[in-house]
Design a protein around this ligand. Structure first.
Ligand code: ATP
Ligand code: MG
Length: 766
């Protein structure tokens, strides 16, 4: 029982109390994840079968790390624990049970791009304006409905939702949702939200299945419980109902996914759901220095809605928090990179001891450039996933079609790639024929002579024969052999090989890398089934962070704060601490949004063990425009006694909002009332910004979520992106006048500036 020695008395009590409901709500770095890890090890050491344990983590990487730690205590048994993200665990269960809810077990998982493509084709068929019913907006609305377990029929019949959609001038979202659901079902496909939504349906409609998994998962544990949504909450509650051996850990102060439906209410409900609940308090932070912990505590105290808890550190007081100012984002990158080089050489750190955290993915560019200039190796987490690259998606679409020919998004993607003379007009013909005869696209393609004429029919016949030959090979060959066969015979390898541009070469290399990954899979010793269909099961859920390639390389980590949840680094830089960036522009007019931003700041600073540096720039290119920036209010919320300022002499007196104190080399803060009238942004906008793509279910930068339900009233502010019924998308340049007669100058793409009276303009924030 040596492993229990590494726990304090409260942690140990929570680890040893394995029966009945347990909850730990405690601050960052207090050992919540450690408790779950040791609890699982302890259960197994005490004789529990690893197959009876289910652990739900927030990322694949977190579960991998945890499994490694557990195996140090329990050995090989660790591989039998059911452990992973909600999506990966329930995708696995759905594959086994799919037929009960009318799906094939080899159902496809549609990623966000696939989902939006389905939505776009529905919009086209319904002849709806795709500006008004922007795919992104509709997608978020549907996603939100699913996460709240609202089916299409319930959506359409719910007066409140209908009223909201009518108010938003998009009354037909319910119908789109209904068609979307049918379309996915027909294609044998589930989107990310379906993995949870359909699991709920499965457990609700099939008591035998529910019972089976209740018996199987006698012990359940959930990390980062504060970020579960209603759909996840319901699954956990159902599974735990029989034995009630459920342990959840989380920190309300780190709830940062409200924009995607996470609900802090789940923590409060937990107490109500389990009256016998045992609650453990963890108050000691083992991760960070005293200064960092005190700063974190004082920051979060500015939030009104917090559960009360204490956190202290027994570690050394540590360095002060360093604040550095730059004049441009490139200079900010430079000072971060130089500081890493210096700290590493003078203090003996390795590169992997450093992390650079930012609010939005776009900020990584300046950091990367500076790191490259100084030859600092780095790795970006959570960026555009390898699996989202075009060439990878193309080849994977062939794999998808091989196992599920009804997968319409895959058909559309590759029926004419590489080119085989089946152009858009032909594809439209297939879709029309399929609709007319109530068939899937594949049924039309594989019986082409019944539906379309001569030449096209021949081409489709060739295509369908090819896919069928892939399916036949897949039955005989292992994953790698099948993948290679498909890549060769579909013509993708040749196509890319012949493209000798730099991009073409890199695409060819990416395909090779995918094939290498599949080869590794096919050669694994710990699995019994090595078919490509097995490899494909999880591929839609994989992200860059799951690729092991450079795991052992000594690199600086770059990531958004959302991706950094649960992690720790000796040396952390939080960059871009500027008003309208962090806190983000969308958040500053509503208390609840601002509090979520502050929680995000709390997450960022509590990642640091030894040293924390905050940086900001006084100007920054945003959306192609040079914008003046003010330092973030969050810096202002830190008591000066914790800070060390790194300010160039020229403008030290104007530093931040307060006065610079020469003697103390610090500044006296003058807290501002940030809820007073917002200052219009001074930007001169060019084109409205292109939204960053959200294509992964894993933590990403907080992208303001259009259409998020329930909607909140917003005030308008300079710089905001808006949508006008007639003029389309634009950006507010400035606001003048008093309520109710505020006049906005809005820049619309292709139209230039327009002056609009807000009370009539019915602008919508996008
Ligand atoms: P977060 O809220 O950020 O997810 P957490 O509460 O899950 O944090 P852990 O990651 O479990 O905290 O622990 C933080 C660090 O403190 C880890 O490095 C962990 O190993 C260490 N730690 C936790 N408890 C103890 C202990 N009793 N003795 C020594 N180290 C500990
Ligand atoms: Mg944790």
């Amino acid at each position: 029982m040596d492993y229990l020695e590494g726990l304090n008395p409260q942690q140990r009590a929570a680890v040893e109390n394995t029966k009945g409901p347990v909850m730990i709500v405690a601050g960052a770095g207090s050992g919540k994840t450690r408790v779950i890890t040791y609890r699982v090890a302890h259960l197994i050491q005490s004789g529990t079968d690893a197959f009876n344990i289910l652990v739900l983590t927030f990322t694949n990487k977190a579960s991998k790390d945890m499994r490694e730690r557990i195996s140090k205590v329990v050995g090989a048994e660790a591989k039998n624990i059911w452990m992973g993200t909600f999506h990966s665990v329930f995708a696995k269960i759905l594959r086994v049970e799919a037929e009960k809810i009318g799906y094939p077990s080899n159902f496809t998982i549609y990623d966000t791009d696939d989902s939006k493509s389905v939505i776009r084709s529905i919009l086209k068929e319904m002849q709806l304006d795709d500006k008004l019913y922007a795919a992104n907006f509709v997608f978020n609305r549907i996603s939100s409905a699913k996460n709240n377990l609202i089916s299409p029929a319930e959506y359409i019949n719910n007066d409140q939702i209908q009223a909201e959609d009518i108010q938003n001038k998009r009354p037909l979202i319910g119908q789109i949702y209904e068609t979307y659901a049918k379309r996915c079902f027909r294609a044998g496909a589930m989107d990310f939200d379906d993995l949870l939504f359909k699991t709920n349906i499965l457990l609700k409609d099939h008591p035998d299945v529910l019972n089976k998994y209740q018996q199987k998962f006698k012990y359940l544990m959930v990390d980062e419980y504060q970020d579960t949504n209603f759909s996840q909450y319901t699954i956990v509650k159902k599974l735990a109902a029989a034995y009630q051996n459920i342990c959840v850990v989380g920190d309300d102060a780190q709830s940062i996914y409200a924009f995607r439906g996470a609900n802090i209410q789940n923590i409060l409900n937990f107490e109500r759901d389990y009256p016998d609940l045992k609650v453990y308090k963890l108050e000691q932070n083992y991760r960070s220095t005293q200064n960092i912990v005190e700063v974190a505590n004082s920051i979060i105290a500015n939030n009104k809605n917090q559960l009360e808890k204490n956190t202290f550190s027994d570690n050394e007081p540590g360095d002060r928090i360093k604040v550095s100012r730059a004049f441009t984002d490139n200079e900010e990158g430079k000072l971060v990179a130089e500081s890493i080089v210096q700290e590493r050489s003078t203090k003996g750190y390795d590169y992997h001891d450093f992390a650079i955290l930012y609010r939005t993915n776009a900020q990584s560019r300046a950091m990367e450039e500076s790191l490259r200039k100084l030859n600092v190796p780095y790795r970006i987490y959570g960026g555009l996933s390898f699996y989202q690259r075009k060439e990878i998606k193309d080849l994977i679409a062939y794999f998808r079609l091989t196992f599920n020919p009804n997968d319409e998004e895959a058909v559309k993607r590759i029926i004419n790639y590489p080119k085989r003379g089946i152009g858009d007009t032909s594809i439209d013909k297939i879709i029309v024929a399929a609709d007319q005869h109530d068939k899937t696209m594949w049924e039309v393609i594989s019986n082409a002579h019944m539906y379309v004429d001569g030449r096209l029919a021949n081409q489709l016949n060739d295509f369908s024969m090819m896919i069928q030959s892939f399916a036949a090979e897949a039955k005989k060959l292992d994953a790698y052999e099948t993948a290679l066969f498909i890549a060769q015979h579909a013509g993708i390898l040749k196509e890319l090989y012949n493209d000798d541009s730099v991009e073409g070469r890199s695409r060819y290399e990416n395909i090779q890398e995918l094939l290498n990954g599949i080869k590794e899979f096919a050669e694994r010793e710990d699995i019994e089934e090595r078919g490509l269909d097995i490899f494909m099961q999880d591929v839609a859920l994989l992200t860059n962070d799951d690729k092991d390639g450079d795991k052992n390389k000594d690199t600086v980590s770059l990531m958004t704060i959302h991706s950094a949840k649960g992690l720790e680094f000796k040396n952390v830089f939080v960059v871009g601490l500027e008003e309208n960036l962090f806190p983000s522009q969308m958040s500053v007019n509503s208390r609840s949004d601002l509090e979520e931003e502050r929680r995000l700041f709390y997450v960022a600073i509590t990642r640091a063990e030894k040293k924390l540096t905050l940086t900001y720039s006084t100007s920054r290119y945003r959306w192609g425009t040079l914008t003046n920036c003010e330092p973030s209010r969050f810096i202002n919320e830190i008591s000066p006694k914790f800070l060390e300022l790194d300010v160039k002499p020229a403008s030290k007196s104007s530093f931040l909002y307060g006065n610079f104190d020469e003697e103390r080399k610090t500044w006296t803060s003058q807290p501002r009332d940030f809820f007073s009238k917002p200052k219009p942004a001074t930007t001169t906008a060019s084109a409205p910004p292109v939204r960053p793509k959200t294509t992964s279910i894993l933590p990403k930068a907080h992208v303001p979520t259009p259409g998020f339900m329930p909607s909140q009233p917003h005030e308008f502010q300079g710089g905001m992106e808006v949508e006008h019924e007639k003029f389309g998308f634009g950006k507010i340049i400035s606001l003048e006048g008093q309520l109710p007669d505020i006049k906005a100058t809005v820049f619309f793409q292709g139209l230039g500036n327009k002056q609009l009276l807000l009370k009539f303009a019915k602008l919508m924030i996008v």
